[in-house]
Design a protein around this ligand. Structure first.
Ligand code: FAD
Ligand code: 2HG
Ligand code: ZN
Length: 488
């Protein structure tokens, strides 16, 4: 594991895997449901997307059914074997890979759609369904998933729910806390919690599913998801704008809410450093059809039902922005291909940032009034410390994100993970966030990366009740240890 996790020691209460354990797993799982001791085959499950975190699990279990998940967890709990639930392994905080030798329980083989009601739009499916596969399935029925992320081709809906992923459509459809109607989850002792409700309204008792949404695998394994899906918009269009100041990015946002109103479905931004990396790594950037280089770019998506009316509205809105010099340039997609090309600029930024070697990712909620000041403060700090610039350890500080949700992504690209650089950024960035009443995780979660920084966003009484909940559901602490809640 890169970075500064050397303080962590393997919890000696957890048992090490034995031949008897392996025999047990082999007895309940089919041959394609088990990977044991083959280093090369284990790597994709032991290493995260950023190649920043690396565990050394000896065993990956890939159950097909909820019953098998229940058998696995019951056995692990009785034998004090630690477990890491894993979906598509696209998480960005080191939560989905083991720290030491925890068993990986991967949901790849749990990929069945259980039901879809074309009247209510409610989908019930296994946790291991890939987000894009679900979206393609729904498209055939005239519906769409209420969330969309750059990782849609790999991430699982169970992983999305476990992280409470936000993504590119949150502005329009809200968070998973609203769209998820029910969950099926297996507790560490093997109990199957059947809460796969397909009701929009249900006020009977504590809403337990909400605890699992964003619990990052620390309370149990989500095995099934019931989710409300919206109709697929018939008319979609995208514009990308060049903007000279962040104040004008905010002005454009306010105007878009007023003028585009019900058809506004995304309001994203990135800065010139992001575009520089897109260009450098040949990820679409060189095709940006704007005349000049601007400090900021904004992507606006509209989704409605009447192409003629919606395009007209967008065109008038853009003209108003240009006339009032809120934006300096703009391009509107003319067809589906151009819509995807413009979106791929925005969605390509995480990949472009990962090409330098190492990338420090921060995912912060803060008021829009200080949104970009954060990026500038970090740049100044790294520059004054002499570590930012050509031939320096840090090459770029890139800012982009979901303006519509008040969520900035800072990606600090470097040649390699360097403790000196880490210490310059952390805890500074978390202190900065706290001082500006923000959250240190808007959507990616805490994982291993931020477990010990939770206090910057939650009070000690909140953390204490979280610990009580964890203790009552997972008294042996086998579910995703060392992550999420503070260990120090
Ligand atoms: P994993 O990475 O496998 O796991 C993530 C966490 O959930 C881990 O803690 C794991 O233990 C737990 N977990 C996984 N499955 C289960 C389960 N069935 N039961 C219990 N716990 C489970 N995130 C956003 O919010 N918005 C974005 O726009 C966004 N864009 C991204 C773009 C890219 C290119 C990448 C690489 C990532 C992006 N992410 C984004 C990060 C995001 O967290 C994930 O893409 C996604 O939500 C994780 O799903 P996954 O199946 O890969 O989960
Ligand atoms: C996005 O919005 C994702 O593109 C990823 O949340 C952000 O990689 C990141 O930092
Ligand atoms: Zn994001």
């Amino acid at each position: 594991t890169a970075d500064k996790y050397t303080y962590l020691r393997r919890n000696p209460n957890f048992k090490e895997l034995t031949q008897d354990d392996i025999k047990f797993f082999a007895s309940i799982l089919p041959a394609n449901g088990l990977i044991i001791d083959n280093e090369e085959d284990l790597i994709p499950y032991n290493v995260d997307w950023m190649k920043k975190y690396r565990g050394r699990s000896r065993l990956v279990a890939k159950p097909k059914t909820t019953h098998q998940v229940s058998q696995i967890l019951k056995y692990c709990n009785e034998n004090k074997l630690a477990v890491v639930p894993q979906g598509g392994n696209t998480g960005l905080v080191g939560g989905g890979v083991p720290v030491f030798d925890e068993i990986v329980l991967n949901t790849n083989n749990m990929n069945q759609i259980r039901s879809f009601d074309p009247v209510s739009g409610i989908l019930v499916c296994d946790a291991g369904c890939i987000l894009e596969v679900l979206d393609n399935y729904l498209a055939e029925q005239g519906y769409t998933m209420p969330l969309d992320l750059g990782a849609k081709g790999s991430c699982h809906i169970g992983g999305n729910v476990a992280t409470n992923a936000g993504g590119l459509r949150l502005l329009r459809y809200g968070s998973l806390h609203g769209t998820v109607l029910g969950l099926e989850a297996v507790l560490p002792d093997g109990t199957i919690l059947d809460n796969l409700s397909t009701l929009r309204k249900d006020n009977t008792g504590y809403d337990i599913k909400q605890l699992f949404i964003g619990s990052e695998g620390t309370l149990g394994v989500i095995t099934g998801v019931s989710i409300l899906t919206p109709p697929k918009p018939k008319a979609v269009n995208v514009a990308v704008l060049g903007v000279n100041t962040f104040q004008n990015v905010q002005n454009a946002f306010v105007m878009s809410k007023n003028k585009l109103s019900e058809i506004l479905s995304a309001f994203e931004f990135w800065d010139s450093d992001a575009l520089k990396l897109l260009k450098a790594h040949n990820i679409q950037g060189k095709n940006l059809p704007l005349k000049d280089n601007y400090p900021f770019y904004v992507l606006i998506e509209i989704s409605g039902s009447n192409k003629y009316h919606d395009d007209d509205k967008l065109q008038n809105f853009l003209e108003e922005l240009l006339t009032n010099e809120i934006v300096n340039d703009g391009v509107v997609a003319q067809d589906e291909t151009q819509i995807s090309a413009l979106w791929s600029l925005r969605e390509g930024i995480p990949e472009a940032c990962s090409k330098t070697g190492a990338v420090y990712k921060y995912d912060i909620s803060i008021p829009l009034s200080v949104f970009y000041q954060m990026a500038e403060d970090i740049r100044n700090r790294l520059r004054s410390a002499g570590v930012l610039g050509e031939d320096k350890p840090v090459s770029n500080v890139v800012a982009y994100g979901h303006v519509g949700d008040g969520n900035i992504h800072l990606n600090i690209t470097a040649k390699s993970y360097d403790p000196e650089v880490t210490n310059l950024i952390e805890p500074y960035i978390y202190e900065w966030t706290e001082q500006h009443n923000g959250s240190i995780s808007a959507e990616h979660g805490l994982g291993l990366m931020k477990a010990n920084y939770l206090r910057y966003s939650k009070s000690s009484s909140m953390i204490s009740i979280m610990k009580q909940i964890k203790q009552s559901i997972d008294p042996n602490g086998i579910m995703n240890p060392y992550k999420f809640l503070p260990t120090q």
